[in-house]
Design a protein around this ligand. Structure first.
Ligand SMILES: Cc1cc2nc3c(=O)[nH]c(=O)nc-3n(C[C@H](O)[C@H](O)[C@H](O)COP(=O)(O)OP(=O)(O)OC[C@H]3O[C@@H](n4cnc5c(N)ncnc54)[C@H](O)[C@@H]3O)c2cc1C
Length: 396
């Protein structure tokens, strides 16, 4: 049997290994060819987790996109199974307090090497610098660059972090629908960035709440990074997975800059410390000075006045602003800034048990190319490994 995998990324390599190993175990004559646009396979793996590769996560979180579609693959090829998969290639891992799994070497290149060497051992053929631009349906199979294959696996990833991505057309031309792609796990442009501009470069930990049409939609905690256009940081990026699917224009994020204090506790603390201190220094014990200044200005407080002169009403308004600093979302940043694509090949047209198309036998799709996206923390690579392995096992 001849199999073509289009895309030598995380899912394509996992698929090739699972399939190659099964063929080896069952002594089946199978040839596997991986077509890759780049000059080498797995380049994106190298940039994941800031070069450390956050390979998966010990915790379970729901995925966006195809509803329950991910369940079978993620249960069959769960964290334990994927850890053994990598250990069987000599790659060991450690996890942090948030359940994020990293290679012991802390180097993404180690993950790619393990996958690459195992593919080589199994005789997987890599055809690099070859962008597949069209696949024809042939009798009992598919034609790729004039070569005949019995089965073809689409593992082309998505638009996140990629320039000039065209690969959805490949699968569209074979009768599949694409759910409009949009960037997820990205940064946020905020409206009226007047005070955001003043915060550029500041990082501060706190609690974020996302409101859509005035209703609470999600909450995240962590470090917010302010940029000249808006907000960044992992907790901000997590919220973009909800925002990217929203049609509403009424999207707000509130930032509790003092999550360790209740409204009452914070009010009491400010009443206690006000006195000789200039107003501009009132919040410096709680947050970076610039952030405090923006909050005070927002409340119309004269920065040079003595804080002793602040009325109870003014203290209350400072407390409200610090507990609920509000940003109106203008838009999400582009695919270039995104870590994953929301949207892609419609999962309703594929079997969740095999990853095979329900429309065209012998056609498979895996990884980010499908309409599946997860949170930061290793969930997207987890989906790539698990969907890739499930497909690899189903191919033969
Ligand atoms: C900066 C960044 C950091 C990230 N960090 C993490 C992280 O730490 N943890 C995590 O879980 N996820 C992370 N992700 C997301 C994760 O990398 C992807 O979800 C995952 O790589 C998807 O795997 P895939 O195999 O579906 O696609 P990819 O890994 O993108 O692989 C697709 C491959 O197909 C090739 N290709 C595409 N079209 C064609 C064609 N027509 N012909 C031939 N080849 C083609 C591409 O060149 C590519 O090599 C990060 C993403 C980015 C951008």
């Amino acid at each position: 049997m001849k199999i073509a995998i289009i895309g030598g990324g995380a899912s394509g390599l996992a698929c090739a290994i699972e399939c190659g190993r099964k063929a080896e175990r069952e002594k089946k004559n199978v040839s596997i060819t991986v077509y890759e646009s780049a000059d080498r396979v797995g380049k994106k793996i190298l940039v994941t987790g800031n070069g450390r590769c956050n390979m998966m996560n010990e915790n379970e979180l729901p995925y966006f996109g195809g509803g329950d579609f991910t369940r079978f693959a993620l249960e069959k090829y769960n964290v334990e199974s994927n850890l053994s998969f990598f250990a069987s290639m000599g790659l060991y891992t450690r996890s942090d307090s948030e359940g994020r799994v990293y290679p012991l070497s802390n180097q993404a290149s180690g993950v790619l090497d393990a996958l690459r060497f195992e593919c080589e051992r199994l005789g997987v053929e890599f055809l690099c610098s070859q962008t597949v631009t069209g696949i024809k349906k042939a009798d009992n199979g598919f034609d790729v660059f004039g070569r005949k294959y019995d089965k073809v696996v689409f593992a082309c990833g998505g638009k996140a972090g990629v320039k000039g991505y065209q690969s959805y057309d490949l699968i569209k031309n074979l009768g599949h629908s694409i759910i409009t792609p949009s960037p997820a796990l990205t940064k946020i442009n905020v409206k009226d960035s007047k005070y955001v501009k003043q915060l550029k470069g500041i990082r501060h930990k706190g609690d974020l709440t996302l409101y859509i049409d005035g209703k609470k939609r999600a909450a995240e905690s962590g470090e917010v990074q302010f940029t000249d256009y808006g907000l960044s940081g992992i907790c901000v990026m997590q919220l973009t997975s909800y925002i990217t699917r929203e049609k509403s224009k009424d999207i707000k994020i509130t930032f509790d800059t003092v999550p360790d204090f209740s409204y009452g506790e914070f009010e009491a603390a400010l009443e206690r410390i006000k006195g000789n201190l200039a107003c501009e220094n009132l919040l410096t014990g709680f947050m970076p000075k610039k952030l405090g200044t923006v909050i005070l200005k927002n409340c119309g407080i004269a920065l040079n006045d003595k804080s002793a002169s602040l009325s109870h009403g003014q203290i209350k308004s400072i407390v409200s602003a610090a507990k609920k600093l509000t940003f109106e979302v203008e838009s999400l940043r582009s695919f270039e800034d995104a870590q994953v694509t929301a949207g892609g090949a419609d999962t309703r047209q594929f079997s969740s048990k095999t990853m095979e198309s329900k429309k065209l036998r012998g056609l498979y799709c895996i990884g980010e190319m499908l309409d599946v996206d997860g949170f930061c923390g290793g969930y997207n690579l987890m989906w790539a490994w698990s969907s890739g392995r499930l497909c690899g096992d189903s191919l033969i």
